[in-house]
Design a protein around this ligand. Structure first.
Ligand code: ASP
Length: 323
């Protein structure tokens, strides 16, 4: 899938579709900009309402064809903190259920002077399709396309890791679970490798390992204990039963027995290991509830960082925010 649509001739970010092919310097610019927004927010306190009006007068449409809690809400908050006008379009209420094609939907909304679309769709490639057909000056942000990519999730994951463990070259990171159906896994792998992580592992039962994933620079483990040995970060993935067409696993109980992160297993890992999950979690499947909200977990930090990271991406694309 072509990714050079994302960067303009001037080297600036134009759309955000995938982590693939994004240069390290650009990733660092986004993370640094997000750091400035997060620091401002901290300085203001929990109920601060300061806006960074770089998107004043711009219109952002959240176009979600798939369910979302964290991503849609944090994109909305991010756009509002940048003073944009925001419209949330739910697929059930839209014309696509009446047979309108994706292209018709795009062109109809563009006619209303939209500046940016944040799109989530079950089809891998949907965001690329929009970017290919968008009018000049209209930006597309991929908020998750099928199994393909979820770039802002990867950015907020990198942001969260970097706050705790700044040197990616020293990190061992294990991504555990349903990588076959996970756009987060792919985007995280690209981002980690681009930022210099040398030891990136994928730990999963054989049926949930995507063919050829080793070519992205990951080591595959089919056994949890070996896969987690000595790691600094564990990123757990949700079992995506909604994308499973056949029987991939004997049962979720068996998956938990062999691959679930329990308190006992966590106790054997490094004392400063980070436990991450993009959410929504399946308690008692890939993670025990106590571990999800335990002291090694940064899962809620990930959610909070989603706002600053999404502000940074939007500001860099639409607001001309210098990085
Ligand atoms: N929320 C993430 C996504 O949209 C992860 C998941 O759904 O499991 O891909």
């Amino acid at each position: 899938m072509s990714d050079n649509l994302q960067i303009g001739r001037d080297g600036r970010l134009r759309h955000l579709l995938t982590m693939e092919g994004l240069p390290r310097t650009l990733l660092l610019q986004i993370l640094d900009q997000a750091e400035r927004y997060a620091a401002d927010r901290r300085a203001e306190g929990a109920h601060g309402d300061k806006k960074h009006p770089v998107l004043h007068g711009k219109t952002v449409v959240n176009l979600f064809f798939e369910a979302s809690t964290r991503t849609r809400t944090t994109f909305e908050l991010a756009a509002k903190r940048l003073a944009a006008d925001v419209v949330n379009l739910q697929v059930s209420a839209s014309s696509t259920s009446k047979g309108e094609t994706l292209l018709d939907t795009l062109k109809t909304l563009e006619a209303m002077q939209v500046d940016m679309f944040v799109i989530r769709h079950e089809a891998s490639g949907a965001a690329h399709f929009f970017a290919q057909h968008a009018a000049p000056g209209v930006a597309i942000l991929n908020a998750g396309d099928g199994r393909h990519a979820h770039p802002t999730q990867a950015l907020l994951d990198m942001f969260t890791i970097r706050r705790h463990k700044p040197d990616f070259s020293k990190l061992s990171v294990a991504i555990v679970g349903d990588a076959l159906h996970s756009r987060v896994a792919r985007s995280d792998i690209h981002a980690l490798r681009t930022l210099g992580a040398r030891d990136v592992r994928l730990v999963a039962p054989r049926p949930l390992v995507p063919t050829g994933i080793e070519h992205l620079g990951v080591k595959v483990f089919n056994e949890l204990e070996a896969g987690l040995d000595g790691v600094d970060v564990v990123i757990l993935l949700r079992l995506q039963t909604e994308r499973m067409l056949g029987a991939f696993l004997p049962s979720t109980g068996e998956f938990h027995r062999d691959f679930g992160l329990t308190r006992e297993r966590l106790a054997k890992l490094k004392p400063d290991v980070l436990v991450m999950h993009p959410g929504p979690i399946n308690r008692g499947v890939e993670i025990e509830g106590d571990v999800a909200y335990g002291e090694r977990s940064v899962i809620l930090e990930q959610v909070a960082h989603g706002v600053a990271v999404r502000m940074a991406v939007m500001a860099m694309i639409l607001g001309g925010e210098a990085a």
